[in-house]
Design a protein around this ligand. Structure first.
Ligand code: 5AD
Length: 355
């Protein structure tokens, strides 16, 4: 799919025409990754962060926020719970926290992998290569690091650099792939200043990077962040991408068309802007993954990267995202096994053809 075609879809408003996009994304999803909805148990292991990302509720710019680090025992208990619930993967996520060291994470990964049932996904921010290599050696399977936007000027505006560290998410994503991780990335949709053109470039990049996982969600203003306080300009009228459920669904559908075998979640942010059926819409328009939150309740409220997170309203006993009934009512099946990326057989095209 060309960038011009992607752009046309992003600008499309007619519901009947958009039904064509939804149907195509759903058909490609069914054909290429099947009806399984893979469940990944998300554990938010630390809300310490050294970065000042202008949108985020756990950035260093929140001196008022109570900070926590879960113990290895607490995290291992959450991983056991993921396995008991039949999930194939546990996702360990945190702010960028140098207080969780290379060795500590390596030991943790080895411990979680020792039960033999779970794939481990890490989402611990921009870490030095020796950390990433050690964790891969310890058995980590996947790594998530969104590039947020491919518009370099916008990226730099909302990500104040860390002294002595050049911005380098794309370089890190390349290193992750070279280390043998399954690599996930993605963007926020509707960042103030984000244009349709730049979002179309983001989607084209998903294909160019051959991502294994693609996570996208609407930007949700956090009142305690500079972006949430409206301190950053919008793009000119007609150019600014709206941070809506509809726009997010368009990007989910387009991501499925340009990366047919990728694992694509219906994200918490999508469920936050439409608590009723945001997840169902995502799953019906290209997504094949849910990430139920397994963080203990006492920590969950402190990991408010954006306000109103859907999982705060949902209990841990029947994690809202992971309700099997919900999956089956959609005619889909809860995934079994780790739900790794399926690679296409040789000789087949890497993306679906035609607009
Ligand atoms: N609104 C929506 N998404 C957010 N993220 C962080 N803050 C917000 C927000 N205010 C997303 C970023 C990050 C991921 C973990 O959460 O894309 O990569």
């Amino acid at each position: 799919m060309t960038r011009a075609e992607i752009l046309r879809w992003l600008r499309e408003e007619d519901p009947a025409t958009l039904d064509v996009l939804w149907a195509r994304a759903d058909a490609v999803r069914r054909e290429r990754v099947g009806d399984a909805v893979h469940l990944r148990g998300l554990v938010e292991i630390s809300n310490h962060c050294v970065r000042r990302c202008a949108y985020c509720g756990i950035s260093l710019g929140r001196p008022d926020l109570v900070r926590y680090r879960m113990s290895a025992d607490e995290i291992a208990a959450c991983a056991d719970r993921a396995a008991e619930l039949g999930y194939g993967t546990v996702v360990l996520q945190s702010g960028e926290d140098p207080g969780i060291t290379r060795e500590w994470v390596s030991d943790l990964v080895r411990r979680v992998k020792a039960n033999g049932r779970l794939a481990v996904t890490l989402s611990l921010g921009e870490r030095p290569e020796p950390d990433l290599a050690a964790w891969r050696d310890a058995g980590a399977d996947r790594y998530l690091l969104r590039f947020e936007t491919s518009d370099a000027a916008l990226y730099e505006r909302i990500h104040p650099p860390l002294a002595g560290r050049p911005p380098g998410r794309f370089a890190i994503l390349e290193r992750l792939a070279a280390l043998g991780y399954e690599v996930g990335s993605g963007v926020m949709i509707g960042i103030p200043g984000q244009t349709y053109e730049s979002l179309a470039a983001d989607v084209a990049l998903f294909a160019g990077m051959d991502l294994d996982m693609i996570g996208v969600g609407p930007f949700i203003p956090h009142p305690a962040s500079p972006l949430g306080r409206g301190e950053f300009p919008q793009a000119p009228a007609g150019e600014q991408v709206p941070s809506t459920e509809l726009m997010t669904c368009k990007v989910v559908a387009l991501a499925r068309l340009v990366c047919p075998e990728a694992n694509i979640p219906a994200t918490t942010a999508l469920a936050t802007v439409n608590p009723q059926d945001g997840r169902e819409h995502g799953l019906a328009r290209g997504a094949n993954v849910l990430m139920p939150n397994l963080t203990p309740a006492r920590y969950r409220a402190l990991y408010e990267i954006h306000p109103g997170k859907a999982c705060l309203r949902e209990g841990a006993a029947e994690p809202g995202a992971g309700g099997r009934g919900r999956i089956e009512r959609m005619g889909r099946t809860p995934g079994s096994g780790p739900g790794s990326r399926r690679r296409r057989p040789r000789g087949t095209p890497s993306s679906s053809s035609g607009p």
